[in-house]
Design a protein around this ligand. Structure first.
Ligand SMILES: [Zn+2]
Length: 578
């Protein structure tokens, strides 16, 4: 078992609080933390915080040797609210299922899964497994349709007047406008992510015949457009009518399993039923009258339970997701992120920020800088110079209480791997040749040494970098440009060409390309910045631009040492006019 990280980062502080609270509420019992996810469509990457916040806390509790359950409630018995845009294998005809439980809606065409909810759940389950997230999944369809919550439902119906009175205190308050932390308007996908689990707009059970916290799915059309018209507490006989198909029937709630408590009652019922001690929720739950706040009143007042410790977590944004690249309907999913980054990096993004801090997950060039930062941290952790909070975040990222996640044996810089993938377009023999030349003293001998990071960098280049930003090495030398060079230009190329043989490694070529303008200006090639005039920077930029033009026909490109290695010495000599 992994060691506890003896620090005071946010995860550790929540773990202290949760363990203490759990001991107070249920001495000697496993600690219970929870997340809720609605498989109403592709599960947005932004919703991963709903899982990662309790996961990290649960993992710390586990590292300390306590027994802990992380429940993920799949809200798959919620109504199908709308047909999400652009999901492959679906069309407008799915609209006929609106109002049915998500598990009663057919999966997109071609899916191996039995229904809509299972189809979208499966992608999330796969991503969570890759990230090392251990959880107990609970299908609300299974729970409700097998009568697990029978007692709680009958209890809620019996106390419907009390529930109505609690809800009424919030109904009279003017519903506050939905406020977001960011100033810019959110797009539809972001709004869906912010909305999170639980149908925010679902009605609370008020009908013309009075207040009932339970809603049956219709016995004929299967939809929830039903209204309870009568209920007898003694016999538990319930009568409802359906607005969709005019069906009506009387059932006995003591043996009826095709319906559910309304969301604002369902959530606190489950807190009490499962004994949840920690369950965070999105910022949209922080307003008075939100389901988290109202749930706090209902769980104590009706179900005799307690509200979990529930931090509000801030929005997680996405930067630069290429519009067309998402696998499912333009919504970035955790699976999409894991195609371009290793699970360690994604875990680190969540571990290093407190839940109330918002951050962005980079699909654009920023991912290269993020990886540089991550590698630098790993170096500091290895040599013992990292700060305690950073060490903790690193430890939470690279593994769990169950052990380390599989890692890339030789974590070469992501930006280098991306450049090589860019230039070679994935040709394996060429990739191996280039990568083995990066460090001739200790060459890699198999691409497996740099996997899976290489695969992620390749996927990033192929799915996120637009065609006009890709690097295309010139097929023939640019003779016009070569002929137009002055003496200075020609001499700089000569110096470079003469040094290629002896400098053919990543470090060597770095030294060489920066050194050429220094030597031309009469300084030693290894002169430091303090010994050099400011003009040398201008000369270096001019020289680099010339090399980019001769090699790839543009002003910029991948870092020159990487580019030179990737192009190969023979071809470099040809393109530089030798
Ligand atoms: Zn009906």
């Amino acid at each position: 078992m992994a060691q506890s990280t003896e620090t005071t980062d946010w995860v550790s502080r929540f773990a202290d609080e949760v363990i203490e609270e759990s001991e107070r509420r249920a001495p000697g019992k496993p600690v219970v933390v929870a997340s809720g996810l609605s498989p109403s469509g592709p599960i947005h990457l932004g919703n991963l915080r709903e899982v990662m916040t309790p996961h990290l806390v649960a993992d710390e509790i586990r590292r300390r040797g306590h027994e802990v359950r992380h429940l993920i409630s799949w809200d798959d018995y919620d109504r199908y609210r709308k047909v999400p845009n652009g999901v492959p294998g679906t069309d407008a005809s799915w609209a006929e299922h609106i109002g049915r439980p998500l598990t009663a809606v057919p999966a997109p065409q071609g899916s191996p899964y039995p229904n809509w909810a299972e189809h979208f759940k499966a992608a999330m389950v796969e991503a969570l497994a890759e990230m090392g997230v251990e959880f107990d999944g609970i299908s609300q369809t299974e729970q409700y349709t097998s009568g697990v919550y029978r007692e709680q439902i009958l209890h809620a119906m019996k106390h419907r007047g009390d529930i109505d009175a609690i809800l009424d205190q919030y109904r009279t308050k003017k519903a506050p406008a939905k406020k977001q932390q960011s100033q810019k308007p959110l797009d539809e996908a972001e709004l869906e992510a912010a909305e999170g689990s639980g149908a925010a707009a679902e009605d609370d059970g008020t009908g013309s015949a009075g207040y009932f916290p339970y809603k049956p799915y219709c016995g004929d059309c299967g939809k929830d457009l039903t209204t309870v018209t009568a209920y007898d507490d003694d016999t538990t006989e319930l009568t409802y009518t359906c607005a969709e198909c005019a069906f009506s029937e009387t059932v006995r709630l003591s043996e009826f399993n095709r319906g559910k408590l309304v969301w604002k009652v369902d959530w606190p019922m489950r807190w009490a039923y499962e004994g949840v001690v920690f369950e965070p929720s999105g910022v949209d739950h922080s307003s008075p009258g939100s389901s988290f706040q109202v749930g706090g009143r209902i769980v104590g007042g009706i179900f005799g339970g307690k509200q979990p410790i529930g931090p509000m977590y801030a929005f997680v944004g996405i930067s630069g997701m290429a519009k067309m690249s998402s696998s499912k309907g333009g919504v970035p999913t955790p699976g999409d992120a894991l195609k371009i980054m290793e699970p360690q990096l994604l875990r680190w993004l969540y571990a290093r920020r407190r839940p109330n801090q918002s951050f962005k997950i980079a699909f654009d060039q920023e991912i290269q800088r993020l990886y540089d930062e991550w590698d630098k941290l790993a170096g500091k952790v290895a040599d013992g110079t990292a700060l305690p909070g950073d060490v903790a975040a690193h430890a939470r990222a690279v593994g769990t209480a169950a052990g380390e996640l599989p890692r890339t044996p030789r974590p070469m810089a992501y930006r280098t791997l991306a450049s090589v993938a860019d230039i070679t377009a994935g040709a394996e023999d060429q990739t191996l040749r280039i990568l083995s030349e990066l460090d001739p003293a200790d060459p890699i001998t198999s691409l497996d040494e740099v996997r899976p990071r290489l695969d992620r960098a390749e996927a990033w280049i192929n799915t996120q970098v637009p065609a006009d930003q890709r690097t295309v090495v010139r097929a023939e030398a640019d003779t016009d440009l070569l002929k137009s060079l002055d003496d200075q230009g020609r001499a700089s190329l000569r110096l470079l060409l003469d040094g290629l043989d002896t400098h053919w490694s990543l470090d060597g070529l770095t030294h060489l390309v920066y050194g050429v303008p220094k030597v031309q200006a009469g300084f030693p090639a290894d002169a430091g910045p303090k010994e050099l005039p400011a003009e040398i920077k201008v000369a270096q930029r001019t020289f680099f631009a010339l090399l980019y033009h001769l090699l790839v026909g543009r002003d910029t490109g991948p870092r020159l040492p990487t580019l030179l290695l990737a192009v190969g010495q023979e071809r470099v000599r040809k393109l530089l006019g030798e």
